[in-house]
Design a protein. Structure first.
Length: 192
């Protein structure tokens, strides 16, 4: 039997791509955050508050370059990046998206909140008798955040996504947890 490793990025590629697309950036990668610094302030009369409220009209620094990127399909639309990133972040309950001006530049960052989980079992519960420590951590994480993803569970529990899938399959078979709704937009119900 041949074993191989499946790499699963814990950063959402479309959001990172949108932040990287516009040129001369500095990137800092931390355990729970990736930060982009782009020289130059917001262009025209656009303010941070305008970006947060989607109350602005896109202004282009160089219309010819923007048109070239649009025609080569390197960008989809003008001035919709922040809106699209915010909408994508909504699919990841523990992820954060922040941006601000700093010095003569602009900083955007994607991060996620570290989830605290409890592996304690209350006295009188028979739950822990048949569950492994990893399964207990999975159940506690699902109690804390019913929209937690397999990728997030992998980081929380400290095991591979394949092992998470295997453990969740056992938990579902034993009716310990139940998935309600689709893979995207659904949630977990803990039955114990």
């Amino acid at each position: 039997m041949r074993y191989f490793r499946i790499e699963t990025p814990h950063r959402n590629t479309p959001m990172v791509y949108t932040m990287l697309l516009y040129g001369d950036v500095q990137i800092k990668i931390f355990d729970q955050q990736i930060r982009f610094y782009n020289p130059g302030k917001l262009y025209g009369s656009v303010t941070i508050d305008d970006l947060k409220e989607d109350n602005y009209t896109s202004e282009l620094r160089n219309k010819l370059i923007a048109e070239a990127f649009y025609l080569t399909k390197d960008i989809e639309k003008y001035g919709t990046g922040f809106f699209r990133i915010r909408n994508e972040v909504k699919n990841y309950p523990t992820m954060t998206f922040e941006y601000h001006e700093q010095g003569n530049g602009f900083v955007t960052s994607l991060g996620y909140a570290e989830q605290k989980i409890s592996t304690e079992v209350k006295v009188g519960e028979k739950v822990g008798e048949n569950l492994s420590s990893n399964q207990l951590k999975i159940v506690d994480a699902m109690r804390a955040n019913d929209k937690v993803t397999f990728s997030e569970l992998s980081h929380i529990v400290g095991i591979s996504e394949i092992s998470i899938h295997r453990n969740v399959r056992v938990l579902r078979k034993d009716n310990v947890v139940k998935r309600v709704g689709p893979a995207k937009g659904g949630h977990w119900e803990v039955n114990i």
